[in-house]
Design a protein around this ligand. Structure first.
Ligand SMILES: O=C(O)CCC(=O)C(=O)O
Ligand SMILES: [Fe+2]
Length: 306
């Protein structure tokens, strides 16, 4: 039995697992296929190792992903319960491995520069135009300097104000530029605009860094339950580079020795299907060694964040 539409293109690897014989005309999650998928998951195969044979057999990518999700959901939930882990959530999954090199993001074509399976990381090229980056920086910079003036006038807590002046948050849909970028991100990541938080802009001066951290909310902290009422957990992050620092400033994933270079207009996306270190989503902004670094971060939630 195979799950091909076209036997001539039957991939050998899949045939070995599935045996040979009848050919199905359409992509269907038969009981046998469901069992085969579960066998792969139980054997510890990564999702791509399950997906690829289906794609090679002629399945549409989305249909194949849906079939794998359906087949594995119950198993993964039970596995999580038995091992004391948080249950996995659905996450934005914009492309598969060895997918297209260019993705249509509606009003712009975005390049796929690099991709890692675990942690799930994708580096995008040309997500923002130079002009969009410059407008975001100009807008944020004037806000930051204004807040510094207020500090001087009030003589407020300098350390605290100094920290907050390094960042500013937009409401979602705050202005036309934010709306345009948010719509593009929603299309690129196939994740609705209303499941995104407002953009957050950060500025790192020379020597500044963001120590490795997780972006999800720690389930063990007392304040987390209240945060989760509005849209659930964070399940993915998109860090967009608004300039190219003269030195340093990469986004690092220290557990896997991977870093995304900060290049103006590019972005690094990473997802984490549960609030747990097993996602390997620990990441940080490495020290800026020369010049400054500006980023805009978009966090994606499980549900609508209204
Ligand atoms: O600046 C970076 O490269 C990382 C930023 C980040 O981790 C965040 O905004 O949560
Ligand atoms: Fe982060």
């Amino acid at each position: 039995m195979t799950y091909d539409r076209n036997e001539e293109h039957a991939p050998r690897r899949f045939d070995e697992h599935a045996g040979s014989g009848n050919m199905t005309e359409t992509s269907q999650l038969t009981a046998e296929l469901e069992q085969w998928i579960l066998d792969q998951v139980r054997a510890g195969q990564p999702p791509e190792a399950v997906l690829e044979p289906l794609l090679e057999s002629g399945w549409e990518q989305q249909a194949a992903i849906d079939a794998i999700e359906t087949a594995t959901r119950g198993f993964l939930e039970a596995h999580a319960r038995e091992n004391g882990l948080p249950a996995p959530s659905r996450v934005p999954a914009p492309i598969g491995l060895n997918g297209p090199s260019v993705v249509d993001a509606g009003d712009r074509e975005v390049q796929v520069l690099a991709s890692v399976r675990h942690p799930r990381v994708i580096v995008f090229g040309g997500l923002l135009s130079d002009e969009e980056c410059e407008r975001m920086v100009a807008f944020a910079r004037s806000r930051l300097s204004r807040s510094a003036t207020v500090d001087l006038e009030t003589g407020g807590d300098i350390v605290h104000e100094g920290r907050t002046s390094q960042g500013m948050s937009f409401e979602r849909g705050a202005d036309a530029l934010c709306r345009r970028i948010e719509a593009r991100i929603a299309r690129l990541l196939d994740w609705p605009v209303d499941r995104g938080e407002g953009l957050q802009v950060l500025r790192y001066g020379p020597g500044a860094e963001y120590k490795p951290h997780y972006d999800y909310f720690d389930p063990d902290r007392p304040g987390t339950a209240k945060i989760l009422q509005r849209g659930g957990q964070r399940v993915a992050s998109l860090v967009m580079y608004l300039n190219t620092p003269r030195g340093g400033g990469a986004t690092t994933f220290p557990e896997v020795g991977f870093e995304a270079a900060a290049v103006k207009g590019n972005a690094v996306f990473f997802s984490y299907d549960r609030p747990h270190p097993m996602t390997l989503s620990l990441h940080g902004g490495a020290p800026v060694t020369a010049g400054e670094k500006w980023v805009a971060t978009k966090w994606l939630r499980e549900r609508a964040h209204d």
